[in-house]
Design a protein around this ligand. Sequence first.
Ligand SMILES: NC(=O)C1=CN([C@@H]2O[C@H](COP(=O)(O)OP(=O)(O)OC[C@H]3O[C@@H](n4cnc5c(N)ncnc54)[C@H](OP(=O)(O)O)[C@@H]3O)[C@@H](O)[C@H]2O)C=CC1
Ligand SMILES: O=C(CO)COP(=O)(O)O
Length: 319
Amino acid sequence: MTISVLGAGAFGTALAISLARAGTSVTLWTRTPEHAAAMQSERRNTSRLPGVEFPKEISVTSDLETALSDTILLAIPMQQLRKMLESAPNLDGKTLVACCKGVELKTELGPVAVISACAPNATAAILTGPSFATDIAKGLPTALTLAVQDEAAGKRLQQSLTTPNLRIYRTTDTIGAELGGALKNVIAIACGTAIGAGLGESARAALMTRGYAEMQRMAQSLGAQPETLAGLAGFGDLALTCTSDQSRNYRLGLSLGQGDVFDPSITVEGAATARAVQKRAETMNIEMPITDAVVALLDQNMKIADVIEMLLSRPPKEE
Ligand SMILES: NC(=O)C1=CN([C@@H]2O[C@H](COP(=O)(O)OP(=O)(O)OC[C@H]3O[C@@H](n4cnc5c(N)ncnc54)[C@H](OP(=O)(O)O)[C@@H]3O)[C@@H](O)[C@H]2O)C=CC1
Ligand SMILES: O=C(CO)COP(=O)(O)O
């Protein structure tokens, strides 16, 4: 069996390496011929995931048509997903697995919904949960959630994607899985900001907990199962991303808290997602004060002191 990975960023490359080490033949697609040629000759991805050698089972290409097998992992940033799918040849009958985390700014849709809109005759899935690309590439133990509405398709895919180091749990709740991964990034920006601004570990714990309440509120209003949010896709990834400076979302928050400039070329899914989620929450009349605070800080509409005041002076309520 061959699996295609579209997007040779850190995550796509790490997944390709993990699958290839387990003996699966993998075609790794990148958009530029120069990058494909460099990876093919160096047998590593020096620009995005340096230091890890490709197993022989990986072949690299920049030709999208020849890159497509029946099972395709989409490992490109959320805001680029639609453009990528629209540029792809016929995707009918393929299984398309979103490996990105976010909500599309212009439509307020998650990755599974975007895949279904762009490729209605494909099977749409999402692979998400707590996992740093470098950990997967090193072969460290990792557990992820795979969500596919069709249970039989989910079982087949679970088997194909499981490796000795990558344990995959299955669900049919695609809405919960995609929202867990998207929303935790917003809370990670808030937690990074708190730590960067010197507000302390207690403030971070409060933001994680109340952030989780926000995640549950939005996800359940959109039809997600609370258990999915309590699993790897939600709580698990929240715990990882809000506590590790390996996370780019958390590091953006640290910069905001310290008043530093953050490199805009770094992929930080939570920034656009915070704005999309805020719009969605307003339409649905859902309270998301931490998300509002993150957007206000990103847009430089509020200072940190004002954000703290805004969060602490909300009317007292039951937990
Ligand atoms: N890194 C991690 O630890 C993890 C990442 N993820 C998720 O994976 C997704 C990708 O992140 P990650 O791999 O880290 O990002 P990177 O910044 O490492 O790489 C992004 C990749 O996307 C490609 N890309 C960007 N725009 C397009 C486009 N329009 N068409 C085709 N390819 C495009 C880039 O190509 P080019 O090099 O040519 O610019 C690059 O290969 C994100 O949603 C992230 O949340 C999930 C779990 C862990
Ligand atoms: O999603 C991730 C870990 O599960 C990666 O986090 P960042 O995108 O913040 O680096």
